[in-house]
Write a protein that binds this ligand. Structure first.
Ligand code: NAD
Length: 257
């Protein structure tokens, strides 16, 4: 089977710049012909997202802070008006305060815990609900981004690990809800990649070193490897897969020591 996404449309939440995993996902999808909507938060990001979107023919760019329900509503309304339907949602959005991503987890504040979960976990459900009317009858796919810190203790990942566990559980519940409607929901658990979000995690370099030393493939992964997995999960090739977390981490997650 040949992959072609001609005539298909997608929305990408989470491009900040060229290093973003969301940008790698967008590049893979656009390469195979998918027409894309990009979202951004804040003026600074708008500029960089608009510049990148120019590389994807026919794309549109919309503001969408996932903590603002009215912005999510407006985004999907605009996508509906512009595209008429939606085949793929890429959710690559996460946030925690820098001070929550270092030291002991038990210091996590209630406010920091709620914020990390609102942006990084609940937003998948909020976005899915708005996307559904546009995805009906199209055998679409929803893909989110997770990390091993949701299954295992990774130093300094702290509250974001708890949010990723909630995100991966949300994937399973959403997949069960939407399977009968032909919509699949999956997560990619990516190995560490140097991005803006990653720069907020204390000791990030030692995460990269550990993968190089101990993963079966003895190397780190690249964002475009995640992008191509997103393409697979968004295409007919993965039509039998839903509710799963697929690891793109050079095999690191299988190692016991
Ligand atoms: P990134 O900084 O490029 O992307 C994070 C995005 O989240 C940004 O575009 C930012 O604007 C967006 N965001 C933050 N708060 C938001 C809000 N309130 N509303 C809407 N958008 C908001 O970093 P990235 O590493 O590409 O992160 C993308 C996803 O990949 C995240 O879910 C992250 O946890 C996950 N991930 C990253 C790595 C890594 O090592 N970089 C590994 C595994 C998983």
């Amino acid at each position: 089977m040949k992959i072609t996404l001609e005539g298909k449309t997608g929305i990408i939440l989470g491009v900040a710049n060229k290093r973003s995993i969301a940008w790698a996902c967008a590049s893979s999808l656009a390469r195979e012909g998918m027409r894309l909507a990009f979202t951004y938060i804040g003026e600074r990001m708008e500029k960089s997202v608009r510049a990148l979107a120019e590389e994807c023919p026919g794309s549109i760019v919309l503001p969408c802070d996932v903590t603002k329900p009215e912005e999510i509503d407006a985004t999907f309304e605009a996508v509906g008006e512009e595209f008429g339907h939606l085949d793929t949602v890429v959710h690559a959005v996460a946030f925690a305060k820098k001070e929550e991503l270092e030291g002991d987890f038990y210091h996590t504040s209630k406010e920091g815990y709620m914020l990390a979960h609102e942006v990084s976990a609940y937003s998948l459900t909020a976005v899915t609900r708005r996307a559904l009317p546009l995805m009906e009858g199209r055998n679409g796919s929803i893909v989110t981004l997770s990390y091993l810190g949701g299954d295992r203790v990774v130093p300094n990942y702290n509250v974001m690990g708890i949010a990723k566990a909630a995100l991966e559980a949300s994937v399973r519940y959403l997949a069960a809800d939407l399977g009968p409607r032909g919509i699949r929901v999956n997560a990619i658990s990516a190995g560490p990649v140097r991005t803006l979000a990653a720069s907020g995690i204390s000791g990030f370099n030692s995460m990269l070193d550990a993968i190089e030393e101990r993963s079966p493939m003895k190397r780190n992964i690249t964002a475009d490897e995640v992008g191509d997995t997103c393409l697979f999960l968004s295409s007919e090739l993965s039509r039998g897969i839903t509710g799963t977390t697929l690891y793109v981490d050079a095999g690191y997650h299988i190692m016991g020591f």
